[in-house]
Write a new protein. Structure first.
Length: 110
């Protein structure tokens, strides 16, 4: 039975966006929404994972969980879904430091 899915992409190759738009609608830049079968959803997600490159993607779809949906990610992301007693919560990781970036501390004058 078809169900709704949302795929959010960031900095992915144009050909991947084209492939996703064959099955879904790009409602705003990088956000794809559609109603597809489980098989098509899995094939689309496999294509995303195989071609995400330096970009990132998130898939949200209905699932028999307490929240009613599942979250999958591909690529490099600061937000990572984690299971916490049956609930999917998002864990934020620190932003990567770039070369030459220095950490400065504010000195208190009190």
């Amino acid at each position: 039975m078809p169900s709704m899915l949302v795929i959010a992409t960031t900095a992915v190759p144009d050909h991947l966006r084209g492939a996703l738009s064959r099955w879904t609608t790009e409602v705003v830049a990088g956000i794809f929404v559609g109603t597809v079968s489980t098989r098509v959803r899995e094939e689309l997600w496999t294509a995303v994972c195989d071609t995400v490159g330096d970009g990132a993607a998130v898939l949200v779809h209905p699932a028999p969980t307490e929240q009613g949906y599942a979250i999958h990610t591909a690529g490099t992301r600061r937000r990572t879904p984690m299971d916490f007693d049956g609930l999917t919560l998002i864990r934020m990781t620190a932003a990567p430091k770039t070369a030459g970036q220095e950490v400065t501390k504010r000195q208190s004058h009190y």
